[in-house]
Design a protein around this ligand. Structure first.
Ligand SMILES: *Cc1c(COP(=O)(O)O)cnc(C)c1O
Length: 374
């Protein structure tokens, strides 16, 4: 029986070989026509006028904060249940990450907790669409509008997700996407930062490229910047996947539906799903185990049967990296429980209905065995 992985990148060498040859023969490896085509394609998909290709979602968020003038003295409300990159970038622009707990029983940012943590120094809200499920955008946007805050969306997993008929990443000041191999579309490493505002876009374009702007007498360096440029080979890897994006998405949703059916009435777990199946990307298919179940032990048991699982994601406040901001593990209880009890199941595009059933049967057996020994 095949090993069931968390994800398999949906990439095929025969789709890219001609483009690779063309890039090699042109000698133009850094940003050029492939990167521009990649940017235009994503901009259209997410209905944003500006999409700027960068090296990762992490550098996308870094550019957004820099272009939004977020820095020392500012506070940013950040989803606590996320990959630590979301909070790291706030730290590295010199602002203070103020971590916000999850909505009870769910994975997304709780707007009530966000409101409670507002201060006169709050400058922005940086919220996550967890695993490609749309966050509570309307409430967060209302909060941002009421207090004049920048609204930044960590849509790392949410290319193809939607809310109220609008793509995730569209109705915010900045949205940031990832093309890491664990995401829906991959370029190896890569990201996009999108925005609506012309000045923000111009600033991010120059900050991506050392702060320089081309003029008649060569490049003029307007302000200190970064090198966050995507290269041609990365864009050439991603473009064919964007070309068949609808197929990639409907395949993930079909697998998710099979999981939802197979898990109906399952013992020892529930499935926090914040929206309809067709509004989510299922970058990860994540269940919550009940508190008496030891997640690490489940993961070990399933791995012995060649079934890969892992935690959903991290409760950032509970990690030593953020202790200097005064957090102790458990301070944000919903997120802390999510880190301990969430379980990502295998979801690779090539899996069959039988593969899904095999993962579910093995999970149910592992839960039953733990409970019988308790
Ligand atoms: C994957 C991920 C990131 C980091 O993306 P990179 O492209 O690897 O920098 C950030 N936030 C979330 C929510 C993610 O899932």
């Amino acid at each position: 029986m095949a090993r069931l992985p968390l994800i398999t990148p949906d990439i095929h060498f025969d789709e890219v070989v001609d483009d690779f040859r063309a890039i090699f023969e042109s000698g133009r490896l850094t940003s050029g026509p492939y990167v521009r085509r990649f940017e235009e394609t994503v901009a259209t998909m997410i209905n944003m006028p500006h999409a700027i290709a960068v090296t990762s979602a992490t550098t996308a968020m870094h550019l957004a904060l820099a272009a939004g003038d977020v820095g020392p003295g500012d506070e940013v409300l950040v989803s606590d249940f996320t990959y630590p990159a979301t909070a790291n970038v706030v730290h590295f622009v010199g602002a203070k990450p103020v971590l916000v707990d999850c909505t009870e029983g769910r994975f997304d940012m709780d707007p009530t907790d966000a409101r409670a943590k507002l201060t006169s120094r709050t400058k922005a809200i940086l919220f996550v669409d967890p695993f490609g499920q749309p966050a509570r955008h309307a409430e967060l946007k209302a909060l941002a509008t009421e207090h004049g805050l920048l609204l930044i969306e960590d849509a790392a997993c949410a290319l193809g997700a939607s809310r109220d008929g609008q793509p995730c990443g569209s109705d915010v000041d900045f949205s940031c996407f990832s093309f890491h191999p664990r995401k829906i579309v991959t370029t190896g490493e890569g990201g996009i930062v999108a925005c609506r505002n012309e000045e923000h876009a111009a600033r991010m374009l120059r900050l991506r490229n050392h702060g320089g702007v081309a003029g008649e007498a060569g490049i003029e360096f307007i302000e200190p910047g970064f090198n966050f440029r995507m290269c041609e080979v990365q864009a050439a890897i991603g473009l064919p996947q964007l070309g068949r994006f609808d197929g990639i998405m409907s395949r993930r949703r079909e697998l998710a539906r099979w999981y939802l059916e197979a898990l109906e009435g399952a013992a020892g777990l529930h499935i926090p799903l914040a929206a309809e199946v067709d509004e989510c990307t299922f970058q990860s298919f994540v269940v919550m185990l009940e508190d008496d179940i030891n997640r690490l032990e489940i993961t070990r048991t399933l791995l012995s049967q060649d079934i890969e699982t892992t935690l959903g994601t991290y409760s950032v406040h509970a990690h030593p990296a953020f202790a200097s901001y005064g957090y102790k593990p458990g301070d944000l209880p919903q997120s802390w429980r999510n880190q301990r009890q969430s379980l990502t199941l295998p979801l690779a595009y090539w899996m069959s209905r039988e593969d899904v059933q095999r993962a579910v049967d093995a999970l149910q057996a592992a839960i039953a065995s733990q409970r019988s020994q308790a």
